[in-house]
Write a protein that binds this ligand. Structure first.
Ligand code: NAD
Ligand code: UFG
Length: 346
């Protein structure tokens, strides 16, 4: 296997990127991190070092800065890129569409241009199950039609389309893998790295975790009249360490296959309702999580879960961690770091 190959990781200080850095190092790769810290803290990379014993090269660079990004490529023998950098809040994207398109689409185009200049055409892109919109049925296969309903989702689909166009160009050497994540949750089992959202969390599991440590009074369950087993929304929660392993599997495949553009769902194939997640978290933490039933959140769908078979067939990857472990690891992270990376024991 390609030992010590250098892989550029954009957004490597973020939630998913930091976990992927750990997995890359453990698999014998060298992540080279660029991040503008707009939604992350450098201390996450200190923790990556603490877990792995390896300090990856790190650059405080915005991917929209073509010159500085080019300097990073010039300083390293980059063989492939994992592209996590971007803004990800669905609600915020509806109020700041230009910011989202500028960062997620504009930043990606700058990155791809710099990659071309440096003859690097292997890429793994962080896409999202949001590109499926409200699917006609579940489980969702990669062949399902895409239909986006908000600016964030549109930026993901536009970047996917750009990459498909680049692969289809005559003599294109672009070798790209689009990974559509379902709902990443959990944290590294050390409790040293995890999800640290700025302000009040938008997502279910970080919100529950903050209720558990007393930062928030109670959870609002958005919608209890969906056509699901208990009336609350059903999602495919995937442990972030399993997700990270999926990236390493996709990277290893990239070094072995002919150039084309592939797409894989990264999910477990199992959906859990909001109330099932609350119960699992309570069991993992030994704490009661107070909640109230509230109206549906605009834009939410009843259920969303993956058919993960294609990734198993072609990448030899599938998830190994269950909901219990997702909640235990979330709780360990949140308990050790009640204010995230800002103030925490080490
Ligand atoms: P995150 O916000 O924790 O990580 C993104 C990182 O990118 C942050 O460290 C941020 O500072 C950095 N960044 C943003 N804009 C940048 C720029 N212009 N230049 C350099 N760095 C920049 O988010 P995450 O949850 O780790 O998500 C990573 C990727 O996965 C994102 O592209 C996101 O859209 C995608 N994704 C996430 C989820 C999820 O639920 N977490 C689901 C589907 C897809
Ligand atoms: N929910 C609550 N209360 C909360 C937060 C969420 O009841 O305070 C419910 C939602 O209504 C939904 C479920 O919990 O039924 C999961 O909600 P999340 O916000 O955690 O996740 P979503 O499935 O809505 O969205 C996530 C990512 C998006 C991505 C989408 C599809 O946040 O970026 O998955 O991949 F687009």
């Amino acid at each position: 296997m390609p030992e010590q190959q250098q892989v550029l990781v954009t957004g490597g200080a973020g939630y998913i990127g930091s976990h992927v850095c750990v997995s890359l190092i453990e698999a014998g790769f060298t992540p080279v991190v660029v991040d503008n810290y707009s939604n992350s803290h450098e201390v996450a990379l200190d923790r990556v070092t603490q877990i792995t014993g390896v300090r990856p090269p790190v650059y405080a660079v915005d991917i929209r800065d073509e010159q500085r990004l080019g300097e990073v490529f010039a300083a390293h023998d980059i063989k492939a890129v994992m592209h996590f950098a971007g803004l990800k809040a669905v609600g915020e994207s509806t109020t700041l569409p230009l910011e989202y398109h500028g960062n997620n689409v504009g930043g990606s185009i700058t990155l791809f241009r710099v990659m071309e200049q440096h003859n690097v055409r292997k890429l793994i892109f962080s896409s999202s199950a949001t590109v499926y919109g409200d699917p006609a049925s579940v489980p969702i296969k990669e062949t399902f039609p895409c239909q986006v309903t908000n600016p964030y989702g549109r930026t993901k689909l536009i970047v996917e389309d750009i990459l498909r166009d680049m692969s289809a160009a005559p003599d294109a050497q672009w070798n790209t893998t689009l990974l559509r994540y379902f709902n990443p949750v959990g944290a590294h089992e050390s409790g040293l790295i995890g999800e640290d959202p700025a302000g009040i969390p938008n997502n279910l599991v970080p919100f529950i975790a903050q209720v558990a440590v007393g930062n928030l009074p109670y959870l609002k369950v958005f919608g209890s009249d969906y056509d699901t087993r208990d009336g609350t929304g059903v999602r495919d929660y995937i442990h972030v360490v399993d997700l990270a392993a999926g990236h390493v599997a996709a990277l290893e495949q990239l070094f072995q296959v002919a150039p084309e553009c592939r797409v894989y769902n990264l999910g477990t194939g199992t959906g859990y309702s909001v109330l099932e997640v609350v119960k699992a978290f309570s069991e993992a933490s030994g704490l009661e999580i107070p909640y109230e039933l509230a109206p549906r959140r605009p834009g939410d769908i009843a259920q969303c879960f993956a058919d993960p078979e294609l990734a198993w067939e072609q990448l030899g990857w599938r998830t190994r961690r269950d909901l219990k472990q997702m909640m235990e690891d979330t709780w360990r992270w949140q308990k050790r770091n009640p204010q995230g990376y800002r103030t925490s024991e080490s």
